[in-house]
Design a protein. Sequence first.
Length: 251
Amino acid sequence: MAGAFQLTGKRALVTGAAGGIGQAIARRLAQAGAQVALLDIDASVAALTELAREIGAGAMVLSADITDPASVDAAFSSVKDRFGGLDILVNNAGITRDEDIFEITLDSWKSVIDVNMTGAFLCAKAAMEVFRDQGTGGRIVQMGSIVGHQGALKGHLHYSASKSAIHGMTKTLARTGATLGVTANTVAPGLVRTPMIATAHGDDPSLTEKVPIGRLADPDEIAASVQFLASDQAGYITGSVLDINGGMLMR
């Protein structure tokens, strides 16, 4: 499954690792040879502990609140202590609320922005500091979304705003990281078969009608693109947004 894009000897941190896409990414990176730190706000989630057992000795599980600078610093320190450094950050953690503009409160706006934007910023900043101090380059892959380009199918103003910000953040990270041997890219999925999509849209059979390919993506299809961008073969790609949406958006 790992294919040509090997990551042997690399050390990776995946945020939001308990979610559907996060699990798939962590599994892919581990199968490609990387040591993987599985970070989520609750390290006791059954899916996370099971994934760590599946990956084996090359995995570590971290509980951290990515909206809290002290918690992020502690998590990155733990990764450095266990792995001896870091080579890959996958900023995958994200939340949404099934609300339209008339329902969004300031608290719900802040909760989505805090995780999706502030959390990504804090983790990217911590990773860049590690990469700079190591002097060996690195990879940052962020999780954007098709809604960062064109808005959500319904509601979710806070989520789409946060994903647009991720796309812009990545480009600036890429410019900053270029002199350090660090690449930064965004993966922008369309509709993926995950619990988040089920919560937002329910069991809506018309969803597949919106996708020219005629189906939702599997999380592993998103994970495959992350593995590629984290690999040495993608060393000349930076500041890019890789759209993976089955043809929903063609640019």
